[in-house]
Design a protein around this ligand. Structure first.
Ligand code: SF4
Length: 261
């Protein structure tokens, strides 16, 4: 079976939600939180691509410098004002209840981008991968996903995933399935084990990084979880697992008889 990480995550949250979204394919509105998250991801993806381009230009300019004193102009410099410009260019207005809500989210994003820039300029970072999709075999299943960012910093290969929701605990991050899938994909795609996995929580009051790593035993557990979800989907097991936190954020709560909110 072919599954994206987002489908696995939806099934883990609640099998009924998976049925609504992926089997019945009931259309739903994008929420304000999802819209804001997409705006942030799109901005940081464009920023990351500028970083990659700068790296390529440096190599090219060094090669040219062997023959002449020539260097290329930088189209967009990696400054806080460029990041702010990218934010405004990438901001998605859909999903908010009113223009005031959208304006307030846009302002919050400006602050958040400044916090990201402060984090970013603290270290020399070599960006290896930005917004790259992958597809890997996990036993008999194919799992698809997308890296936000992989960088080499202080000699360590680090996978970073951006989050705009609430900060998770260390225990939650240590057992996060998405990060285990990234660790599996990194080995397969880059041919190298990652040293660290990071969930980066981007909030207007600051950047919080929660670091973790994966042992071979943890990766085997992730493979088992994926296999078990795939089997249950194949058996059409869509028993709801309602909880206040899941139902509160569920886009199908209005049509779900099992909702507890
Ligand atoms: S409302 Fe609750 S029980 Fe119903 S699908 Fe959503 S998360 Fe599951």
């Amino acid at each position: 079976m072919q599954l994206s990480f987002s489908q696995l995550n939806t099934y883990q949250t609640c099998p009924k939600q998976y049925e609504f979204a992926c089997v019945k394919k009931i259309p739903r509105q994008i929420s304000a939180g999802e819209s804001f998250g997409s705006s942030v991801h799109n901005t940081l993806s464009k920023w990351g691509k500028l970083e990659v381009d700068r790296g390529k230009r440096k190599v090219k300019s060094n090669q040219l410098a062997l023959f002449a004193d020539v260097s290329e102009e930088t189209p967009l410099s990696l400054t806080a004002s460029t990041l702010s410009l990218l934010w405004h260019q990438s901001f998605i207005v859909q999903g908010y209840d009113s223009k005031e809500d959208a304006d307030s989210a846009r302002k919050k994003g400006e602050v958040l981008m400044q916090k990201f820039f402060d984090w970013w300029e603290k270290e020399q970072r070599e960006v290896l991968v930005i917004e790259k999709g992958f597809s890997i075999e996990v036993d008999i299943d194919i799992v698809k996903g997308r890296f936000d960012r992989i960088e080499r910093t202080n000699g360590k290969l680090i996978i970073i995933d951006y989050k705009t929701g609430g900060i998770r605990t260390q225990e939650e991050v240590d057992t996060d399935l998405q990060l285990s899938i990234y660790a599996l994909a990194c080995e397969e795609i880059l041919g190298e084990k990652c040293d660290e996995l990071v969930l980066m929580f981007l909030q207007a009051d600051g950047i919080t990084e929660v670091h973790t790593s994966r042992t071979e035993a943890q990766l085997n557990t992730a493979r088992e979880i994926i296999g078990s979800i795939s089997e249950r989907i194949d058996d059409e097991n869509f028993e709801p697992t309602p909880s206040e936190s899941a139902c509160k954020r569920c886009p199908y709560r209005g049509v779900c008889a099992a909702s507890v909110v």
